[in-house]
Design a protein around this ligand. Structure first.
Ligand code: OGA
Ligand code: MN
Length: 307
């Protein structure tokens, strides 16, 4: 515990040092009064970034898990792609589960649209207007993405907020007996449905979690960058802890999920158009509130591939 705090202190000092000295007075970091998240001010994401600035953003990201860059109204598709590439290889957007608008299909493959907007009756993006339940992205794959950048082009007047939960903090706050108990357990993460509950192409509707199709991961993961332990829950639906009876698996997962998504580990992003948010997908969960279907929400997402 002491070691961890020392590491965190060093990280914070490094970021402050970078922002004060390398970038003079133009760039600053403003942590939120919450379990995670910070805003970076003074960067235009359309401009090329110096190596020092990329390093400072990387350190701030490792420290705060979610970073927000506000007021990026003119951010281009190319600008978002170039910024995201500083943090790793980008995934191409997954195949959509329905016929998408031509406007959508013409976008660069690195851009996934998250939207309820329809053009000529066809969706411009994924996830619609309903609630998206707590999840980490694509942990049903063996190598889950490192993170994502989500850029708000249009946001509804209310609703559609995105909540994040800190899985280092959730792990650290577990009682020692539970930490010991789960230290060697593995969980299967369901690939069949997305966070809006839609059945993915080519998947059967599973109702018995013991038959879940998807990758198996340890319940306690070690973060590739920070080396710290975090809970790795993925998504609740159809999850199954290998080797336990169904009843014990359900009880353990219910307990861990209730704990991990407790308000004290979370922070909510209330979107403004021009916000770009980047999240660390390995040590956070996120969910989205529903919003009024008669309003428009249009987001561009880039996804940074696994480590
Ligand atoms: C995602 C996601 C939530 C949102 O893009 O992976 O869960 O707020 N989005 O749109
Ligand atoms: Mn998601």
């Amino acid at each position: 515990m002491m070691d961890r705090e020392t590491d965190a202190d060093i990280h914070t000092k490094k970021v402050i040092h970078m922002s004060e000295h390398t970038l003079l007075d133009s760039i600053s970091l403003h942590p939120f009064d919450a379990a995670l998240g910070a805003e970076v001010r003074g960067i235009d994401l359309n401009q090329p970034l110096s190596d020092e600035l990329v390093e400072a953003v990387r350190a701030a990201w490792a420290e705060h898990l979610v970073l927000r860059f506000r007021g990026q109204h003119n951010l281009t598709l190319e600008g978002q792609i170039a910024f995201s590439r500083h943090f790793g290889r980008l995934d191409s957007r997954p195949q959509a589960s329905m016929a998408m608008s031509e406007q959508h299909n013409a976008l660069p493959p690195e851009i996934t649209v998250i939207s309820n907007v329809k053009v000529d009756g066809k969706p411009l993006g994924a996830l619609g207007d309903a609630e998206a339940v707590w999840h980490a992205d694509m942990t049903y794959n063996e190598h889950a993405p490192k993170g994502a950048c989500l850029f708000a082009k249009e946001v509804p007047p209310t609703g559609g907020n995105t909540h994040f939960a800190n899985m280092y903090a959730a792990y650290d706050a577990l009682d020692p007996a539970t930490r010991r108990y789960i230290s060697s357990l593995q969980c299967i993460h369901d690939a069949s449905r997305n966070s809006a509950g839609e059945l993915r192409l080519g998947f059967e509707d599973i109702t018995d979690p013991r038959r879940t199709v998807g990758a198996t991961h340890p319940l306690v993961a070690t973060h590739a960058v920070t080396g710290k332990s975090c809970l790795m829950l993925g998504r609740r639906r159809n999850a199954y802890v290998v080797g336990l009876s169904l009843e014990d698996s359900e009880a353990l997962l219910d307990h861990l999920w209730a704990h991990a998504t407790h308000a004290r580990f979370t922070w909510a992003q209330v979107w403004q158009s021009g916000d770009l948010l980047m999240w660390d997908n390995a040590c956070t969960l996120h969910r989205r509130d529903a919003f009024d279907p008669s309003t428009r929400r249009l987001m561009h997402r880039t996804q940074i591939a696994s480590h």
